[in-house]
Design a protein around this ligand. Structure first.
Ligand SMILES: NC(=O)c1ccc[n+]([C@@H]2O[C@H](COP(=O)([O-])OP(=O)(O)OC[C@H]3O[C@@H](n4cnc5c(N)ncnc54)[C@H](OP(=O)(O)O)[C@@H]3O)[C@@H](O)[C@H]2O)c1
Length: 386
């Protein structure tokens, strides 16, 4: 199978990683999984390496595996993404840990499928700067941004630049598992309830972000960087069916929408095949079974994390970094059952009120700010702990 493109998958053992592997299984004739990164799950890494004939492995969380990986070369993650033989890099690791390997992949001119939204939220300005001097292509895996990108068709091939005649971007949200609960009911939900997402199967952190609507706030900030547009030009709408992923409204009053089943395989396949449309068959939507599509306004009183993220977007400078850092630590505490669900927005709001927005001109200032936000949030949590 000559002429296959070499792929590196960061976060191969995660939820997006699993969807990426599923896409690669169906396209062995076009793509070869050359390298993977995992954090701790070495047993799953061994299975994936065996199934796909992986040659390179990066382990970010555990130093020494109990059993060796015969025939597989271990590399630091930044070296793995920069290998000359690599064509595509799929970034499906969480949080700010993605930022350094992402910048390395940009520097090495790779075709990047980016699932990690936090790096764009926190350091969109650094990514934009890196893209300006790079031959790399950056494509979104987040389903809403992939939907918008597909709606824009040939209107843009380069992220981080203005799209002519674009009036507004609409991001859809399922509303999460608590969309019909009262504030009083929300104060009693458990971790298990929060992880029971109605339409998507995802990792724990993003599932909680979907339940609080913080995820939609992060995605609004992400869209601001991708399309160089103002907060007022990006809106979120609850769409229970999770079939329409993104909508684009143009100045001439027309709208385009992208529809597909709620599976991350669709946006990942779109990134790998871009700029072509894939001819590999996949089951789509049956419109007659679906019958109707519904759209509602999000409720920022019951879901204050959305309003907090929007305020951070408006404030700019370090505020998106502050929001992402405080949210991540608060969600981790909720997952450990140290705090209640409704403590998440309360803690974020309190932490953000203690921080003055500043410019973060480089990677070091971004990382230092993030550490400081984490410290302050942990301190608040230790005083809130149930
Ligand atoms: N899940 C979705 O549907 C979805 C949709 C859109 C965007 N995203 C974004 O995609 C990213 C991954 O989400 P996910 O839901 O797939 O997460 P996940 O299921 O928790 O998987 C995380 C993956 O990253 C690895 N990892 C964990 N901590 C790490 C660290 N500190 N450094 C390096 N690697 C680490 C894990 O390895 P081990 O298994 O070895 O620990 C695993 O392979 C997030 O940024 C999320 O916001 C996800």
């Amino acid at each position: 199978m000559e002429g296959r493109k070499n792929v590196v998958l960061l976060g191969a053992t995660g939820s997006v990683g699993a969807s990426a592997l599923q896409v690669l299984r169906r396209r062995r004739d076009c793509f070869r999984l050359l390298g993977i990164s995992v954090h701790r799950d070495l047993e799953r890494a061994r299975d994936i390496a065996g199934e796909f004939g992986v040659q390179y492995l990066s382990v970010t969380g555990k130093k020494t595996p109990a059993r060796p990986f015969p025939g597989i070369r271990r590399l630091p993650i930044e070296e793995l993404v920069s290998l000359d033989s690599v064509d595509h890099v799929i970034v499906a690791i969480p949080g700010l840990t993605a930022l350094r390997p992402l910048l390395s992949a940009l520097g090495a001119g790779k075709k990047i499928a980016l699932a990690n939204k936090e790096s764009v939220v926190v350091a969109g300005h650094l990514l934009r700067r890196a893209l300006q001097t790079s031959k790399a292509t950056l494509l979104p895996v987040d389903s809403e941004h992939s939907g918008i990108f597909q709606c824009l068709g040939s209107r843009t091939e380069v992220f981080f630049s203005k799209v002519p005649a674009l009036k507004k971007i609409w991001l859809t949200a399922s509303g999460g598992p608590f969309r019909d609960l009262t504030v009083e009911q929300l104060s009693r939900v458990t971790v298990a309830d929060a992880l029971r997402h109605p339409t998507w199967s995802m990792g724990a952190k993003i599932s909680v972000d979907s339940a609080t609507l913080a995820n939609k706030g992060l995605e609004k900030i992400e869209a601001g960087w991708f399309y160089d547009i103002e907060p007022a030009e990006i809106d979120a709408v609850i769409h229970r069916e999770s079939i329409v992923h993104g909508l684009v409204e143009f100045c001439d009053g027309t709208m385009l929408a992208q529809l597909s089943p709620s599976s991350m395989e669709f946006p990942i396949a779109h990134c790998l095949d871009f700029p072509k449309k894939s001819s590999v068959a996949a089951a789509g939507i049956d419109l007659l079974t679906l019958g109707a599509l519904h759209f509602e306004a999000p409720d920022r009183v019951r879901f204050p994390c959305l309003a907090l993220a929007e305020a951070a977007f408006e404030a700019g400078r370090s505020s998106p970094c502050d929001f992402e850092g405080a949210n991540r630590v608060a969600v981790e505490a909720f997952l450990r059952e140290d705090i209640a669900f409704m403590d998440i927005p309360k803690i974020i709001g309190e932490v953000l009120s203690t921080l003055v927005p500043v410019d973060l001109p480089d990677l070091t200032s971004v990382e230092e700010r993030y550490v400081e936000v984490r410290r302050r949030t942990l301190e608040k949590i230790s005083r809130t702990r149930r």
